[in-house]
Design a protein around this ligand. Structure first.
Ligand SMILES: Nc1ncnc2c1ncn2[C@@H]1O[C@H](COP(=O)(O)OP(=O)(O)OP(=O)(O)O)[C@@H](O)[C@H]1O
Ligand SMILES: [Mg+2]
Length: 292
């Protein structure tokens, strides 16, 4: 959890300890407290996961294959049911309201939207038609939607240039931009982004993350980003959480995590030897014991 001096410490797993930066007045935009998720009634995938996204934050959810990043995002946007998954413990609140029992469309109306892994554009529709499908929950009329479309094109000049192209014929980067742009058309306060860098060339990844920063700065949109690309995500995020085997094993300010020896060794490949688990790390175990 974040310390007063900006350093990081391993999370104390299985506690109701919600991480994140303390907010000056008011609850966080998103608060996940001690959740447990089970698939197919028996497979326990998340245990005691707690995290916060403060208003205006860009929070990175990090971890290797199968750590539970997508499951966490699905739990927040109530998409688990389609995967035969269920939140069996804990509580998730968006803008102070419980997420449980709300439909995904209802959550979108409330301002929380997920961009799924793999971009998911409608290939047979043009980029602009795809973007307009993102406004389906809105009731504020065509002029407002047109205005937002123009504002969005200002952030994504590549989409403006490709507005009449069929999405299926655009590049991976353009499709990722289209998926984010479509989410933006619902006027969200929080976007849950699953692996935005996946399968993209490094330069395009940078471009996407620069746009995320711009949307955050200029339109006040907050982000929770699930990423395997630790270095990229931490360079652009304000705060990060590291998930391993369905638990948060560490969290802190993004710059502190980037400088952290354990993160450098295990997720940035800057130590000797291959990737190991946090759990095998002596210093992690020692610190955990010390903090317990
Ligand atoms: N529908 C499902 N039914 C059963 N188990 C699942 C289901 N979806 C995911 N899992 C399991 O839950 C665990 C976490 O998966 P999840 O997809 O959340 O991880 P992830 O961190 O997003 O991984 P990746 O980086 O590969 O996307 C994995 O062990 C996975 O096999
Ligand atoms: Mg995933």
């Amino acid at each position: 959890m974040a310390q007063a001096d900006g350093s990081v410490r391993p999370a104390l797993t299985g506690t109701a300890d919600a991480g994140g930066l303390p907010l000056a007045g008011g609850p966080p935009l998103l608060s996940v407290s001690n959740i447990e998720v089970v698939y197919d009634r028996v497979v326990l995938v998340l245990r005691g996961v707690s995290l916060d996204v403060e208003q205006g934050g860009i929070v990175a959810l990090l971890g290797a294959n199968g750590a539970g990043k997508t499951t966490t995002l699905r739990a927040i946007s109530n998409l688990l049911e389609a995967e035969r998954g269920r939140v069996t413990k804990g509580r998730i609140e968006f803008r102070g309201e419980a997420v449980a029992g709300r439909s995904t469309a209802d959550l979108v109306r409330l301002g929380c939207i997920q961009v799924m892994e793999g971009r998911h554009c409608f290939g047979h529709l043009t980029i602009e038609e795809n973007l307009l499908t993102g406004a389906y929950t809105r009731r504020d009329g065509r002029a407002a939607i047109r205005g937002d479309l123009e504002r969005m094109y200002a952030c994504f000049p590549r989409l403006r240039a490709r507005r009449s192209s069929l999405a299926g014929y655009t590049s991976g980067g353009e499709q990722q931009m289209c998926a984010i742009g479509r989410a933006l058309m619902s006027r969200p306060q929080l976007i849950l982004l699953d692996e935005p860098s996946m399968g993209l060339a490094p330069q395009v990844m940078e471009e996407i993350f620069e746009i995320i920063r711009q949307l955050n700065r200029e339109q006040g949109v907050s982000f929770l980003l699930a990423e395997q690309n630790t270095a990229l995500a931490l360079r652009h995020a304000s705060h990060g959480y590291v998930l391993e085997n369905g638990r948060v094993v560490m969290d802190g300010a993004a710059d502190a995590l980037l400088a952290n020896d354990d993160v450098r060794q295990f997720y940035l490949g800057m130590g000797d030897g291959g990737r190991q688990s946090f759990r095998d790390l002596k210093s992690y175990k020692r610190r955990k014991r010390w903090l317990a």
